[in-house]
Ligand binder design. Structure first.
Ligand code: ADP
Length: 729
């Protein structure tokens, strides 16, 4: 190409090209230089004076040693020598050109061989890679930090206790971000109230709670918010004084959230103005995410623990109820029963448990008070003795209304309000009551007592479910007590009945004894009366006038009747006194025959016809059965109609009895008298019409009843009667 261009033109062109080349090289962002074989700069572009902070004249014609200085030169020299030996050398290094001008560079040395093999010099190209390096470094530092954070997160997640989680978050934050102070804030469920869960580097005065009635916090973006100037923070108005008191200038706040719910914040404070690097923001954000995860886990854990606790408590209560059920049904002494329930309640359900019963004197009487510590019981009793329940007392209210009371939290204000005097106040405080349930004991619409459950030392608090439980217990206890009362009452009634039966029996025995001896002993004087009146009649008949004879007849008649009465009465008493027990088996037909034989004269007189068939064998004393038939057949003849008496005796077999029927064709009995005639001395006719004492059927009834049977009469009235009785088959 040079051959066809004239020499002077070529020279002009060459100088122009060189000028253009210089311009290009001076505007390059990096350094370009040419160093000769003696390591002396032949050329250095304009950036050299900028980087080194020296005039351009300091480079061309000066040695590399002079330009770089001893330290840099000794580092660079081996590379330069390799280039002078003909090798293309590329390396990266960070050069500190000036104290405040450090550059990451990629250095390239190109050997200048011209056309031959000998190296005449080296072209030096330095590319500024500071920005790239910095980005890479930031990246790797942040990666390193984050991976460290992930490693550390194990610690955070390992202790799922929510109480510890906040402290752990804070500890971790301190490790990764170097701030002057730290805090973890928690937000209440309604979002209105914030308080510090834990803090570090802040004075004790640093206000630990914050109201956010406007709910501003809920609207904050869920990303870390860094404020170089705290005055710019959206909550500055709320916190200004606190920041000033602590000398806080800058802060970064990181949201802690579970799901999408903002649960709290992690805050880093700086007492000097702090410009937040991207790395810090990234690490803070990662910390926030990690802490949120830990919080979530802690919450799940806490919920699980709570569920388990509830389940255990339920289990305990169920066991308690089952035991209470046993106890309640095991004893019929109700005070004992209630005391046993109270015993069981402590400590499964309460620290203190008591039962009171409303006495007849309208006073609540304490039946039982239970606590695990006897010393405390003594204290409780002393308290009760000194301050018996008055109108204002919760127990009195429950008694009045019949409604239970639950106080989940007994506050000191309540205690102060309820105290009657300073000593009362002191004693209540000493008892340390935390929570109370009072349940009425009700039966038949009446409140008769009170169950009280109190927590103290256990620090437990009663809930609505506990109330439901206590009410259930109260109902069971009341039912048990009512059962016990019914039992006692019925036992008392039985006792009274037994007692009056005994009295009746002994009165009966006395009466029997009296009647027996009376009828027996009366027979003797009666016989004398009878004999002497007959003697009188026989011997002095002629000397007596009409009137005297009539009187004498009355006497004889009266004596006969008396004799008859006494005989029947004696028979009745004997029937009453038939001793229960095994009787021999007798053939009823034989018995009827005997009765007929005894009644022979009456039968002949009245021309009575008596027949029977199908009569069974029964277990009865023969004399009793003879007497029975004699009475019934005798009556059938005595109360005959105009026709001659026809009597038939038959038997019917029922399930477990024999029913015997004695049928006559006599005068019959009107329906209204049918039950009366079995009463003692009950007669439907006067003596002139039909003689008799009114004792015969009463004897029959007594005999039949003694052998477990029944006697009654069937009659159509005017057309005969049928006397029926049963005996066990
Ligand atoms: P009494 O000594 O009077 O016969 P009972 O106790 O044997 O006493 O009978 C009570 C009453 O029952 C009799 O007075 C009579 O009026 C009535 N009576 C008993 N048996 C018969 C009968 N077979 N027919 C009608 N009336 C009878």
């Amino acid at each position: 190409m040079a051959d066809i261009i004239p020499a002077d033109t070529a020279a002009t062109m060459a100088s122009e090209t060189e000028a253009q080349l210089r311009l290009v090289m001076d505007t390059l962002p990096g350094l370009i230089a040419y160093v000769d074989h003696d390591l002396r700069y032949r050329f250095a572009n304009a950036r050299h004076s900028e980087w080194f902070g020296r005039p351009r004249s300091d480079f061309a014609g000066h040695t590399v040693l002079e330009v770089l200085g001893e330290e840099l030169f000794s580092f660079t020299r081996p590379y330069l020598e390799r280039a002078l030996a003909g090798e293309k050398v590329i390396y990266e290094h960070t050069y500190s050109y000036r104290p405040d001008f450090v550059r990451d560079v990629q250095v390239t040395y190109l050997p200048d061989r011209d056309s031959g093999t000998e190296v005449k010099g080296v072209v030096i190209v330095l590319e500024d890679i500071t920005a790239r390096r910095q980005a890479e470094r930031a990246q790797s530092e942040s990666e390193r930090q984050l991976s460290l954070l992930v490693e550390a997160s194990g610690r955070l997640l390992a202790s799922p206790d929510s109480a510890e989680v906040f402290q752990n978050i804070l500890d971790l934050a301190k490790e990764f971000i170097d701030a002057d102070a730290y805090s973890v804030w928690r937000r209440s469920a309604d979002g209105v109230y914030w308080h510090i869960a834990t803090k570090s580097g802040l004075s004790d005065n640093y206000s630990g709670s914050l109201l956010d009635p406007g709910g501003t916090s809920g609207k904050l973006p869920r990303v870390p918010l860094a404020f170089e100037d705290v005055e710019k923070a959206p909550f500055a108005d709320l916190r200004r004084e606190a920041y000033q008191a602590e000398g806080i200038q800058s802060l970064i706040t990181v949201p802690l959230q579970i799901g999408s719910e903002l649960q709290g914040t992690l805050v880093f404070y700086y007492r000097a103005r702090h410009r937040f690097t991207e790395l810090e923001t990234r690490v803070a954000s990662a910390l926030g995410n990690l802490a949120s995860a830990a919080l979530g886990t802690a919450e799940i854990y806490a919920r699980e623990k709570e569920l388990r606790r509830t389940a255990e408590a339920e289990e305990r209560k169920a066991q308690f109820l089952a035991r209470a059920g046993e106890v309640l049904s095991s004893s019929l002494n109700y005070e004992q029963t209630l005391a046993a329930v109270v015993d069981l309640a402590v400590p499964a359900f309460a620290d203190w448990a008591s039962v009171d019963i409303f006495g007849a004197d309208n006073e609540l009487r304490r039946v039982s008070l239970k606590h695990v510590d006897p010393a405390r019981i003594a204290m409780g009793e002393e308290f009760r003795r000194r301050y018996p329940p008055d109108e204002r007392d919760a127990g009195t209210q429950v008694m009045r209304t019949g409604k239970s009371i639950l106080v989940p939290e007994i506050t000191d204000e309540m205690v102060i309000q309820g105290a009657r005097d300073p000593e009362h106040l002191r004693m209540i405080r000493e008892l340390g009551l935390k929570s109370i349930i009072l349940v009425p004991l009700r039966a038949n619409e009446r409140t008769f007592g009170l169950l009280t459950f109190v927590t103290a030392e256990s620090d437990r608090r009663y809930s609505e479910t506990d109330l439901v439980f206590a009410e259930d217990l109260g109902r069971r206890a009341a039912t048990a007590v009512d059962n016990a009362r019914l039992f006692t009452e019925s036992r008392e009634a039985q006792e009274a009945l037994r007692h009056s039966n005994e009295e009746l029996q002994s009165a009966n025995e006395d009466l029997n004894q009296f009647a027996y001896s009376a009828s027996h002993d009366l027979q003797e004087p009666l016989r004398i009366l009878s004999i002497y009146s007959q003697l009188l009649h026989r011997k002095y008949e002629g000397q007596l006038d009409e009137k005297a004879r009539e009187y004498l007849d009355f006497i004889v008649e009266g004596a006969k009747r008396m004799e008859m009465l006494l005989r029947d009465l004696l028979a009745f008493i004997q029937a009453v006194n038939i001793a229960p027990g095994e009787a021999p088996l007798v053939d009823m037909s034989d018995v009827v025959e005997r009765a007929i034989a005894n009644l022979r004269s009456a039968i002949q007189e009245n021309q009575a016809e008596i027949s029977y068939s199908g009569l069974p064998k029964v277990r009865i004393q023969e004399t009793h059965l003879i007497q029975l038939f004699q009475n019934l057949i005798g009556n059938a003849i005595k109360y005959r109609g105009k026709e001659k008496p026809v009597i038939y005796i038959g038997a019917v077999r029922n399930a477990s009895t024999w029913e015997i029927r004695v049928k006559d064709n006599g005068i019959g009995i009107a329906p209204e008298y049918r039950s009366q005639i079995f009463g003692l001395f009950k007669r439907l006719h006067n003596r002139d019409q039909y003689p008799g004492t009114g004792i015969g059927l009463a004897i029959c009834q007594k005999i039949i009843e003694r052998y477990g049977g029944r006697i009654w009469v069937e009659s159509a009235g005017g057309s005969g009667s049928t006397f029926c009785f049963t005996l066990p088959a």
